[in-house]
Design a protein around this ligand. Structure first.
Ligand code: UD1
Length: 369
């Protein structure tokens, strides 16, 4: 059975890697990686392939940046050529980026079954490009692998057949536990020293959502708040290219305290270690809400909704508004923050469960037809 795994942007790589390694152990599966090139900077792409020990992609489509439709359209045109050539039996897409949607549509239109890993998440906010990608991808996928059980209710509300839904757990945790197994104390200490940080005594920040960084006023307010926080404890801010670009374009000239450390995007291993050792994390990312829940590290999410409510109900996450940032940070610093527990099936074995399901699918051709 020939399977194509599609990745495009940074948050896809750690979701794909465990499945790739699990599939390549099975002699009856031929597995190819297609990288659309939605993310292309070394730090946003190649560095992750290196940390995750992934081979170079079998196909690199190099579509690059663009408008939403421009980017989605380019991926579709290029990916269709790959499918014409490879004639795969299944296409697997991950997460909610533009490449996820583009490749699921392309495969489906050629009659190739699609599996979606991380299906069923919903923010119920259609102004988020990712929400559109999630809903449309799920609507046409044949196999929906969900990370948490609430995703099943979301899919059932959209009349997606229960038979297509497989509760397999969170595949990101497979990569996270794998990489932690390769890290020792001396690596952790060296990394902390590199940024002059002490374990549990710093904040780690990531911001890239259009709702926070595509508007000058909002970006300025957030940077001001972060600067104030850095008077209380060191703040490390590995800055996403979108955020860097907007600071320049808006002509914002932030004057940061010396405790406010801005860096280029970090490598996967570095980021995981710095996240695990942080006093708290402030973010607008999706995956980071999950990783902090796994680590039991307080997470302040600068958004007014989340597609990952399990991180609030069971984990360490809380949604906050920019006006409340400093007050919430004070709560964390005085130890006034909820402890979390690790959600069901976030156990590092999700890729194994997906492969088990794929074997059943392979052995029952009727399911695929
Ligand atoms: C994308 C995903 C988002 C995900 C995020 C993680 C969509 C709709 N959004 O957002 O869900 O959380 O990736 O990073 O797919 N850029 C570079 N170098 C790169 C990549 C991007 O400089 O390697 C810059 C470009 O100026 C580009 C901008 O960042 O225009 C935005 O990139 P894009 O992939 O369109 O969206 P992200 O904001 O990264």
């Amino acid at each position: 059975m020939k399977i194509i795994l599609v990745v495009g942007a940074r948050p896809n790589f750690m979701k794909m890697a465990p499945l790739y390694f699990e599939l390549t152990q099975e002699k009856d599966f031929e597995t190819l990686i297609v990288h659309t090139g939605q993310h292309y900077d070394y730090e946003m792409s190649q560095a992750f392939f290196e940390d995750l020990d992934l081979p170079d992609p079998h196909y690199s489509l190099s579509v690059g940046s663009g408008t939403h439709s421009g980017q989605t359209g380019k991926v579709m045109i290029e990916f269709e050529q790959v499918l014409f050539k490879e004639k795969s039996d299944l296409v697997v897409v991950f997460g909610d980026v533009n490449s996820t949607l583009a490749c699921s549509i392309t495969a489906k239109k050629l009659g190739i079954p699609v599996a979606h890993v991380e299906a069923g998440l919903r923010s119920y906010d259609m102004t988020m490009p990712e929400e559109i990608n999630r809903k449309l991808t799920d609507a046409i996928s044949d196999f929906l692998f969900i990370p948490s059980i609430d995703a099943k209710d979301n899919l059932r509300k959209e009349n997606i057949d229960s038979d297509k839904i497989y509760f397999v757990g969170n595949i990101m945790i497979d990569s996270l536990t794998e990489i932690l197994g390769k890290v020792d104390e001396s690596y952790e200490n060296k990394l902390l020293q590199k940024f002059r940080l002490q374990c549990k005594k710093y904040a780690l920040i990531t911001l890239h959502r259009p709702s926070n960084v595509d508007n000058k006023d909002s970006l300025e307010k957030i940077l001001d708040s972060l600067n104030n926080i850095s008077q209380k404890l060191p703040v490390l801010f590995p800055m996403h290219p979108r955020t860097q670009r907007n600071i320049k374009e808006f002509g914002i000239n932030p004057v940061f305290n010396k405790n406010f450390i801005v860096s280029e995007p970090l490598k996967y291993k570095e980021f995981i270690v710095l996240e695990k050792n942080a006093g708290f994390v402030l973010t607008d990312s999706g995956g980071i809400q999950e990783e902090t829940t796994y680590f039991d590290v307080p997470c302040l999410t600068l958004r007014n909704n989340t597609e990952r409510p399990v991180t609030i109900l069971e984990g360490t996450n809380q949604l906050i508004d920019v006006a409340a940032v400093e007050e919430k940070v004070e709560s964390v610093l005085t130890g006034n923050w909820k402890r979390g527990k690790i959600p069901e099936l976030w156990d590092g074995k999700t890729a194994k469960r997906i492969v088990k399901t794929l074997k059943i699918i392979r052995d029952n051709p009727l399911i695929l037809s």
